[in-house]
Write a protein that binds this ligand. Structure first.
Ligand code: M6R
Length: 614
């Protein structure tokens, strides 16, 4: 949540900040702002409600000549989205400007204290309190900006990634982080900061990831210096970025979401590259290989995740129990962290996260770590906080996912979980060799089958035209297809704002069946597999109540065509890999319905890509 970008060097800061904010907009898009220091040491400060394009219009043709600046795109936590609450915020004396991602939990106490000392606040934000606090400490202690930030942060509880500038020093940026990510880009003779690497990659591949409790002093005179809050000196570790610039562009597609849906044959292949060879009977996840026996000897595996990643976790539960016979529990990270769960030292906790920054998942990891469990991760963003907080893990290698609705990340997560389950099954001998080999061949063929499944796009568009004005929708599936139903419903509601529920098909008669009438579209995964007959009965139950049935069926299934109001055919596969294929039409249906309803597909209202606040 919230995008942060900052620059100091010889280049035009405004251009870098605006370009950076556009790349970061997926993190929050309620309001945007920039503050730069002009050549005569004045702040050039612009901010407004809405998107980065609004900010650009607001700045208009004014000449913005500055070589240092900070920029922010907001996802509102404290105070509504309006011009005043937009970042950057200025100190009371208007000497300092600050941008912030996170939540200052004790802001109210600090605000009262600062108010009693004569500070006046103009916004409703916790961020403004922080910049006033730094100003107060700077004045009281008579110290420079770095020291003032360091001392002020001792008084703060909560999560933050901040960048501060002082208008009397246009050669210096101060940045600090706790529980919200911050990356520093090392240019030839300049420096960049981002809440992720996307605004930096165009200029340099050399980055330093700031760790929790660290403050960076970035100066054109003395370079990058990092200290801990307790003043201990840290030697920065420079890492090389692997992101390609094209991955951050739409590449001719109208939306990032559509591009990402159509990338899936490639991303799934990338995810499997070097990890599986059916010919050789080989399957392995390098990052987790050394932990195989730990997992197999574990009391149980607990999967923690949020949103779409949690749905992938449910598929993982089915796979791991089915193939490797390991007991698995799947938990919402946000519930797990607060419900005083029983965690044993011989538990293995597997965190799944696209961004690798989700606050609840991170907190759940920390809790499980404290209790002595082994923590593994499946992340997409290389170098993300979760990937660094876990003992070991595997990347999904799906490339940057910019659309807020997760698509290619989900199928890549399920692919990694499939590889993990197969690797463990092989090691444990729970699956007969010939069957294991069949499964390996089948998994290798999935990218081609995804290409086939993507050919349903035209059918999905036609069906979307019919149901785009629905107020409600029901998604049903059984077994491995139950998480697909949940994911289909989440996709529809988050980007088209149609209310949708995902249910295990058999549970329908325990309540949701009351909702069914001729107005209700019911999307059912009814592919060939062990529960096929049962799902047919569920479809009949819907039809008997005049519900409209849209079926995802196996190619060539004539019987179901007769029964359904509409059908979308996908290739046949093993039941356990069906979630990867069956989710594709659901992604396309929600995409088209959202576009037809005029919704902002890539940046749906109230949402943000990385949920770094709880
Ligand atoms: O980055 P993560 O995978 O940890 O994010 C978890 C959820 O916030 C995310 O999947 C969210 O539900 C998506 N918007 C779903 O499309």
């Amino acid at each position: 949540m919230c995008g942060i970008v900052a620059y100091v060097g010889e280049k035009n800061a405004y251009e870098i900040l605006i370009k950076g904010l556009k790349r970061l907009e997926y993190r929050g898009y309620d309001s945007a702002g920039v503050a730069m220091i002009s050549n005569n040491h004045e702040f050039l400060h612009y901010k407004c409600k809405g998107k980065v394009s609004n900010l650009e219009e607001h700045v208009g043709q004014q000449s913005v000549d500055a070589h240092i600046g900070i920029g922010h795109t907001r996802w509102a936590t404290h105070g509504p989205a309006n011009d005043v609450n937009a970042h950057p915020h200025l100190s009371g004396n208007e000497e300092l400007a600050l941008i912030h991602n996170g939540i200052i939990e004790n802001y109210d106490v600090l605000k009262k204290e600062l108010t009693s000392r004569g500070h006046n606040f103009v916004s409703d934000t916790d961020t403004e309190v922080l910049v006033h606090l730094i100003e107060e400490v700077k004045k009281q202690e008579d110290v420079g900006l770095f020291e003032a930030v360091r001392l002020a942060l001792h008084q703060v509880t909560g999560a933050y990634a901040i960048v501060v500038i002082d208008k009397s020093n246009p050669r210096e940026l101060i940045a600090a982080k706790k529980s919200s990510p911050l990356v520093i880009g090392m240019g030839e003779d300049d420096f960049f900061i981002g809440s992720d690497a996307t605004p930096i990659v165009e200029y340099t591949n050399n980055v330093v990831y700031l760790e929790d409790g660290e403050i960076a002093h970035i100066s054109l005179d003395t370079g990058l210096k990092i200290r801990k809050l307790d003043n201990k000196v840290i030697t920065p570790t420079i890492q090389e970025l692997q992101i390609q610039l094209e991955a951050l562009e739409k590449g001719g597609y109208e939306h990032f979401m559509l591009k990402e849906i159509f990338e899936q044959p490639k991303t799934i292949k990338d995810c499997m590259r070097g990890r599986i060879s059916a010919q050789k009977g080989h399957v392995s996840l390098g990052g987790i290989l050394d932990y195989q026996d730990k997992i197999l000897n574990a009391r149980r595996m607990i999967i923690i995740a949020c949103g779409t990643s949690w749905h992938a976790g449910l598929v993982g539960e089915y796979l791991l129990e089915d193939l490797a016979r390991i007991p698995v529990e799947v938990e919402y990270a946000s519930e797990f962290r607060y419900r005083n769960p029983v965690i044993y030292e011989d538990d293995v906790v597997l965190a799944i996260s696209q961004s690798g920054e989700t606050a609840d998942t991170l907190a759940a990891i920390k809790l499980a770590k404290e209790k002595g469990a082994t923590i593994l991760g499946i992340c997409n963003v290389v170098g993300s906080t979760i990937s660094r907080e876990t003992h070991a893990g595997s990347y999904t290698h799906a490339g940057p996912e910019i659309g807020v609705a997760s698509t290619k990340a989900f199928t890549a997560q399920v692919t990694v979980l499939s590889l993990l389950a197969l690797m463990l099954a092989k090691r444990k001998g729970t699956v007969e060799k010939s069957r294991l080999n069949r499964l390996l061949f089948e998994l290798e063929s999935i990218p081609d089958k995804v290409t086939e499944a993507l050919k349903t796009d035209a059918a999905c568009e036609l069906i979307s035209e019919i149901y785009k004005n629905s107020s409600n929708a029901l998604y049903l599936g059984r077994g491995y297809s139950f998480p697909v139903a949940l994911e289909g419903a989440l996709k529809l509601k988050e980007i088209s704002y149609i209310h949708a529920e995902g249910y295990p098909a058999a549970e329908m008669k325990h309540g949701p069946i009351a909702l069914i009438d001729e107005e209700m579209p019911v999307f059912v995964v009814a592919t060939k597999g062990p529960s096929y007959e049962k799902v047919i009965s569920n479809i009949q139950e819907v039809k008997a109540r005049k519900g409209k049935v849209i079926v995802i069926s196996t190619k060539g299934d004539e019987y179901i065509k007769e029964m359904a109001d509409h059908y979308i055919e996908i290739p046949e596969t093993e039941e356990m890999f069906m979630p990867i294929l069956a989710t594709i039409p659901f992604q396309l249906l929600s995409y088209h319905m959202a576009v037809m309803r005029g919704c902002n597909v890539d940046q749906p209202r109230n949402l943000a890509k990385a949920v770094t606040v709880e």
